[in-house]
Design a protein around this ligand. Sequence first.
Ligand code: COA
Length: 261
Amino acid sequence: MSDDPLVRVDVRERIATVTIDRPEKLNALNPEVIAQLDGAFASIRDDDDVGGVLLTGAGGKAFVAGADIGVLAEMDSLTGVKVSRDGQEVFRRIEAFPKPVVAAVAGYALGGGCELALACHLRVAAESARFGLPEVGLGIIPGYGGTVRLTRLVGLGRALEMILTGDMVDAQEAARIGLANRVVPSDELEDQSRALLGKIIAKGPVALEMAIKSTYLAVQSTMDDALTFESSLFGLLASTDDMREGMKAFLEKRKPDFRGR
Ligand code: COA
């Protein structure tokens, strides 16, 4: 087996591009890819030179065409639970990542690939993007959070239609139902995804982290708990240098110089 990394990290202008690099198998997720993906995110989590993450797949034909069916074909009940839990835990860490994570999706985002895109904070779709959860056609169901996150994102009716038919949706349809945040020409995917992320990471880093936390809590708790949490984080931000700097810069009609503290 080759020692070439299956997941690459490249940091430029405060954006870490994490690339799943297994194009000959359309970037299918085997246990090594899942572990390296986890390692890649862990390696940049506390790096002050990284403000946000762009997640992408190598080769242009697929973001990720799913979990590796060759591996899934060998599983029994117990290993099936483990395969699912291992992936879920890594995806959950991506979703809970303290810096914004944007999926730049070109080509197929199927099964685990669609679920991986769903675990990112935002999704930019190239016109070539195709999203789908084809698992029922293999006699399984989505196991990396697809039934949960797709439903929360696009609603029960649309999620059930995708999950039960296994049909792919194109980029325009994905944007129409809220699965993709925007569609861009395929040759502009990287530039436009970087521009979106660049605009976000120019804001206060601590505020971004708290905004992500508060917004996710909003869809998994009661109204009262979510509001209480929001006001606590709001108050916490009042203790940051970034809040003083952001407001001072506004009053002085200049751009803020955030330090992330
Ligand atoms: N797991 C393992 N290998 C995969 C894969 C997956 N999810 N998706 C693609 N591959 C492999 C193919 O087996 C093929 O390998 P090979 O060249 O050694 O035979 C290679 O990637 C290229 O894929 P191929 O099927 O030849 O490309 P295509 O353009 O004809 O079709 C897809 C593209 C995406 C439609 C097709 O690959 C596909 O349906 N993949 C599975 C999607 C899926 O069901 N995902 C959910 C899994 S839970």
